[in-house]
Design a protein around this ligand. Structure first.
Ligand code: FAD
Length: 286
């Protein structure tokens, strides 16, 4: 089913993201984790794509299995900045062969030393190519705090509008830990005429290493309430995990209460985290 059709239904949706293994030796354990998450029957699952393309075969295989064996609606990520048009076309053919209808079109991070190929510069170019090569539902990424490379939020939103005009049917946000940042972003993009559904991306932070990586890579704002949790429970992995899941769940409840109906959880291949959040929302999701 196309994600645009899922989002049109008048209901709250909960979806989960998984990532492919980095090496073939870890394929089985990752596949098992993704299957356990699929057993929760989310509205859809997304499978990320290694920017260098090295794990692209794993992305396709995991997505294809989730779709064929578990009947899950899948969203396959695809990046372009380190890729060629020929490779993109080959990937789209594979998606078609496996009945994958949904693609999240991404530029990908520019590798240190510059992109090895010079055929794509921005995700909007990939969106146009995907739309011209099949009956795909295409989504894109958006950044409530602004993309790290953008000079300012206003410019970032103008480029986002170009991406939507190129054919994006929905947007998924980068993680954020303060819902007011999302509410402000939604106000600003709607004002600029971006009307497609926005899926809120929520990251349950379950260990201290993860927080350090997040803040160093994307400079995401951490509210004092969140920092206090890390200070108090950071050295106790089980307590940190429990607190991280509860924090994410509270964020989700506040979003739904305020009319944000589509929630995507960065479940990081952790079935217990996905299941914990879903169980806490059982009545809310009905
Ligand atoms: P774009 O939309 O192309 O934007 C990138 C930058 O270029 C922005 O600063 C934008 O303002 C600017 N820009 C856009 N158009 C123009 C223009 N015409 N002129 C000048 N500037 C312009 N990475 C992966 O490698 N694999 C994944 O699976 C993956 N999944 C992701 C999922 C989500 C929901 C999110 C939020 C991010 C994901 N990423 C993934 C990370 C993403 O690839 C990086 O954040 C990347 O740096 C930007 O990708 P984009 O598609 O948002 O780029």
């Amino acid at each position: 089913m196309k994600i645009s059709d899922i989002l049109k239904q008048d209901k709250v949706t909960l979806s989960f993201e998984v990532f492919p293994p980095k090496t073939s030796s870890s394929y089985e354990s990752v596949a098992r984790a993704t299957q356990e998450i699929a057993a929760l029957h989310p509205d859809f699952m997304s499978v990320t794509y290694g920017a260098g393309g090295g794990t692209s075969e794993h992305t396709v295989q995991i997505a294809a299995d989730l779709h064929a064996q578990y009947g899950v609606n899948v969203l396959t990520h695809l990046t372009c900045v380190s890729s060629t048009r020929q490779h993109v076309s080959a990937m789209l053919e594979k998606f078609k062969q496996h009945g994958i209808e949904n693609v999240l079109a991404l530029r990908g991070d520019i590798p240190a030393g510059g992109a090895p190929e010079n055929e794509y510069h921005y995700a909007a170019e990939l969106v146009r190519d995907i739309k011209s090569q099949g009956d795909f539902c295409v989504g894109g990424a958006c950044y409530p705090e602004g993309h790290v490379e953008a000079a300012n939020k206003t410019e970032d939103i103008l480029h986002l509008k170009e991406k939507v005009d190129a054919g994006c049917e929905f947007l998924t946000t980068q993680m954020f830990f303060d819902n007011n940042i999302l509410y402000n972003f939604l106000y600003r993009i709607r004002e600029k005429g971006i009307t497609v559904p926005v899926i809120a991306g929520i990251m349950p932070v379950t260990n201290v290493k993860q927080i350090k990586r997040i803040t160093s890579m994307s400079g995401t704002y951490l509210p004092e309430r969140f920092k206090a949790i890390v200070d108090r429970f950071g050295e106790n992995p089980e307590a940190m995990k429990q607190a991280g899941v509860i924090y994410a769940t509270e964020q989700i409840i506040d979003l739904i209460a305020n009319g944000v109906n589509h929630i995507h959880v960065y479940s990081m291949n952790k079935p217990e985290v996905a299941a914990g959040i879903q169980a806490s929302l059982s009545e809310i999701l009905k």
